[in-house]
Write a protein of this length. Structure first.
Length: 177
């Protein structure tokens, strides 16, 4: 009988309400949801740029940002953590904490409110291969269409790639461009 291979160096697995795992060098699809969907519309022109700026801030230093979309009550993104200067990987949990904490503080300040902003737990999914990444990117880019917010993905202003950001009124690149 063959024994399973040991997990790769640095692999971590844990479970709260959702299962989570980190595999150094892997890419991930993430979803952050508002704790209270009536508290704020993330797509408001005063709010969405805070999230998009935060996503881009550590692109190419802590992670590679591939695709993202800001929806009214949640955010989808695909990223790949990078190695730190000491050779260890930036952890997914640290990246999620940094993004969620900073955006919550900035948006709460902008809205002159306090309290919880994001749900306690974010969804994460390890991207298995190129096909999985393409399908996940397609899902992200077409999310505003499925939600009935626009008829074409390219009409949604709050989407982008790590190397390309859009804001309201700009034409952007689609997931396959």
């Amino acid at each position: 009988m063959d024994l399973p291979e040991p997990p790769p160096d640095g692999y971590r697995r844990w479970h709260r309400r959702l299962p989570h795992h980190e595999n150094p060098g892997a890419s991930y699809a993430l979803v952050f949801r508002l704790a209270d969907s009536s508290a704020c519309n993330l797509c408001h022109e005063r709010i969405a740029p805070i999230i998009i700026d935060a996503l881009h801030f550590f692109h190419e230093t802590r992670y590679l940002l591939f695709d993202y979309v800001v929806m009214p009550d949640h955010v989808h993104l695909i990223l790949k953590p990078l190695k730190r200067s000491d050779g260890r990987w930036h952890t997914l949990s640290d990246i999620k904490h940094s993004l969620r904490s900073w955006t919550a503080n900035q948006i709460n300040r902008r809205l002159q409110r306090t309290g919880g902003f994001w749900q306690d737990e974010a969804y994460d999914h390890s991207i298995r291969n190129e096909r999985d990444q393409r399908e996940t990117a397609h899902y992200i880019w077409t999310n505003p269409v499925r939600a009935g917010l626009v008829t074409r993905p390219e009409d949604w202003p709050w989407t982008g790639h790590g190397s390309h950001r859009r804001s309201a009124g700009q034409d952007g690149l689609g997931a396959g461009d």
